[in-house]
Design a protein around this ligand. Structure first.
Ligand SMILES: Nc1ncnc2c1ncn2[C@@H]1O[C@H](COP(=O)(O)OP(=O)(O)OP(=O)(O)O)[C@@H](O)[C@H]1O
Ligand SMILES: [Mg+2]
Length: 225
């Protein structure tokens, strides 16, 4: 599976962000996107998952337009192409403050009408909390968590659906060095062991050090560094 940006132009009103930009991203690879604040990293993630529309150019998934109708149908017979699933870790977490940790993490399954209450889902949820260093915290209200704890709940929530493509926006922005290492290693594991495509926007050199590829937003382009 490959995600490609082809000759993409994007901007807000009078502010150009990308100008005839090209890039490609692969499964099994941890990509890091760096660049100054305001250079367009969050915008890039929105373009990649199709929530933002380029002014021109395209975002292609295995050669198909990200928002085109031919990729919305899920494969019902074995031969049809399977639309890769996306998950996003938001820069501002976007947890639901009046739900506890468990219900926040299980929410993506409920939205997809999978049985969030079933024991497999619950086991997966508890495993993920353990993985992000929050074992035993499932009953706490997220409004009572620290910034770094909230961020780790948001990471667990993004992983509960086992996405093919994980887009992570500053996923270690609120974390200390130990937790940054923990999360960087988890992101690498998701890419290497689950063969996911992981794309991380970050300022964090520790995260960049674990990446397979580092790209930079520079002069309205994405350049390899
Ligand atoms: N909805 C919007 N309307 C207008 N301008 C926007 C909008 N979203 C972002 N921008 C502008 O586009 C530029 C790029 O924003 P973006 O959030 O993509 O940057 P970023 O690289 O993620 O920055 P940071 O490192 O601070 O998170 C910024 O100058 C921002 O002010
Ligand atoms: Mg950003």
């Amino acid at each position: 599976m490959q995600l490609q940006i082809r000759d993409l132009c994007f901007g807000y009103k009078n502010r150009p962000i990308f100008d005839h930009t090209q890039a490609s991203f692969d499964e099994g690879c941890l990509h890091v996107v760096m660049g100054p604040s305001g250079s367009g990293k969050t915008s890039l993630l929105g373009l990649l998952d199709g929530t933002l529309q380029p002014q021109s150019g395209s975002v292609l998934i295995d050669g198909k337009g990200i928002n085109s109708k031919d990729i919305t149908a899920d494969a019902s017979d074995g031969n049809a192409w399977h639309r890769p699933t996306f998950s996003r870790i938001w820069q501002d977490y976007r947890l639901i403050p009046y739900l506890n940790v468990e219900d926040n993490v299980l929410l993506p399954l409920e939205v997809r009408r999978k049985q969030a209450a079933d024991s497999d889902a619950r086991t997966a949820m508890l495993d993920l909390l353990d993985m992000v260093g929050l074992a035993g915290r499932e009953n706490e209200m997220v409004a009572d968590l620290s910034g770094g704890e909230s961020q780790r709940v948001a990471i667990a929530r993004a992983l509960i659906t086992n996405p093919d493509i994980l887009l992570a926006d500053e996923p270690t922005g609120a974390l200390d060095e130990d937790n940054t290492r923990l999360i960087a290693n988890i992101l690498a594991t998701i890419a290497h062991e689950r063969n996911a495509m992981v794309i991380v926007a970050t300022h964090d050199q520790l995260v960049a050090n674990t990446a397979d590829r580092v790209l930079r937003v520079h002069n309205l382009k994405l350049v390899e560094s």
